[in-house]
Design a protein around this ligand. Structure first.
Ligand SMILES: Nc1ncnc2c1ncn2[C@@H]1O[C@H](COP(=O)(O)OP(=O)(O)OP(=O)(O)O)[C@@H](O)[C@H]1O
Length: 428
């Protein structure tokens, strides 16, 4: 199969030198079992590249199992990847295969590998080297014949230097690297990809795209596309649906690009401002509208959760916990943000809190802990008691460098209970 045929078959659009190199590499590696590391920002096409490698390989009659290592809570990632035996932890009513076993004979795609906890990295290294692993709660060794494709949007070497990624695993993954540059660095791909999406969505939504002006085209090319191809796809979909039968000029296009949007502005709330009541009977929303509202809500929820995390991080790095508790009163009195810290301390000096001096330093370690705890609860709205328990035990052990006596004291359980729990959750 030549390059063009491959691109057509897997829907990989692009004429840039970068895309040509990516496609050539796909062709070189797909016939082998070599481990491949895909590197690139979110939305550049790592997922479709992994699928193309799998489909072109002799493993394509078996599964490609896609695992987002960054999205699985730390407490269950081991059992998700390697499976568990019946009774290995509370709630493990049945033995279960992990992703490696499910991918036996096929491919496993480990997305966001840089977010894998360190204790799991060593286990990944073993599977990569020998295909061997243990289910949680079992001393029996399992093997799986799996081809590994990993992906990261981070610089793994930086993570190695920071100490959060194992150097040996880095070298093991670094055999064949496929770099997918951001869209802004391969501008010649923008218009062909945009045209493909517009054609697809026009047929999906039974709409006719009326074309765009030269200025709009220039804007598409000069825009930075922080969300890369995924963002381009979303913009194309919105234009097809919301600007139905409209010629797209620069102003129309600009409304859909990030950077122009501000909280409080309503001109980018697509459905409410644009809906033509004639289109749908009795004011019902069409499935297209519902999709758009849904996406807008999801984006808003993500934004809000990002803001919350940033705020929590800022508060914990700026104020002590006691100060944070006193914050609402400062806010309700409309205190100038620059004076908040002073105001809180004044308040605490002369008031009910009865605290004279407050240590505002927060150790980096604490910050990391806060991050992890926030992440844990952000990943799962409500974790199960077992997951939360396992997570807290891991945190305590980390904090006291594996000293079980200190960890058990901090957790308020006997050392014996802690040992039992460690056994139960398969923790080392
Ligand atoms: N070169 C391309 N041609 C056509 N479509 C593409 C191209 N690159 C990416 N896409 C499409 O863009 C979207 C995002 O791509 P993909 O999911 O592969 O990105 P990713 O790098 O895996 O993102 P993430 O890191 O967030 O998982 C998908 O709909 C994909 O089909």
């Amino acid at each position: 199969m030549d390059r063009q045929a491959l691109q057509e078959r897997y829907g990989i659009i692009g004429e840039s030198e970068a895309i040509k190199q990516v496609v050539d590499k796909i062709m070189q590696v797909s016939g082998t079992d070599i481990t491949v590391l895909l590197q690139g920002e979110s939305g550049v096409g790592k997922d479709i590249t992994a699928r193309a490698i799998h489909s072109l390989s002799k493993r394509d009659r078996k599964n490609i199992v896609i695992v987002n290592c960054g999205a699985i809570p730390e407490g269950i990632i081991e059992s998700e990847l390697f499976g568990h035996e019946k009774g290995s932890f509370t709630g493990a009513h049945e033995a279960r295969k992990g992703y490696f076993e499910k991918a036996d004979g096929g491919t496993i795609f480990l997305d966001e590998i840089g977010d894998t906890p360190k204790n799991i990295q060593v286990k990944l290294l073993r599977v990569l080297e020998s295909g061997e692993f243990f289910r949680v709660g079992s001393s029996k060794m399992y093997t799986a014949d799996v081809r590994v494709i990993a992906a990261t949007n981070k610089d793994l070497w930086e993570l190695v230097k920071e100490g959060s990624f194992r150097e040996d695993l880095y070298y093991r993954l670094d055999t064949v690297k496929i770099k997918l540059p951001p869209l802004r660095d391969r501008k010649e791909d923008i218009i062909p990809i945009f045209r493909k999406f517009v054609t697809e969505f026009s047929s999906k939504y039974d709409s006719v795209f009326q074309g765009f002006s030269d200025e709009a085209k220039e804007l598409l090319i000069s825009y930075r596309w922080p969300g890369n191809v995924r963002e381009l796809r979303n913009v194309a979909e919105q234009l097809v649906v919301l600007e139905k039968s409209q010629f797209i000029d620069k102003d129309r296009l600009q409304k859909y690009l990030k950077g122009r949007q501000h909280l409080g502005s309503t001109d980018n709330l697509p459905v409410l401002s644009r809906k033509d009541p004639e289109d749908e009977p009795s004011g019902q929303q069409s499935s297209t509208d519902t999709g758009i509202i849904y996406r807008a809500l999801v984006e808003m929820r993500t934004d809000i959760s990002d803001v919350k995390k940033m705020l929590a991080k800022f508060l914990y790095s700026t104020f002590s916990e006691k100060e944070i508790k006193a914050l609402p009163s400062a806010v309700s009195r409309n205190i100038d943000p620059n004076d908040i810290s002073g105001h809180i301390r004044d308040q605490m000096d002369d008031s009910s809190l009865g605290i004279r001096s407050v240590d505002t330093t927060v150790e980096e370690e604490n910050e990391e802990e806060i991050d992890e705890i926030e992440q844990f609860f952000a990943d799962k709205e409500i974790p199960s008691i077992e997951e939360a328990e396992k997570f807290l035990i891991e945190q305590a052990l980390k904090r006291f460098d594996g000293n079980r006596r200190k960890a058990s004291e901090a957790l308020g359980v006997s050392e014996r209970t802690l040992y039992r729990k460690l056994d139960q959750y398969g923790l080392q």
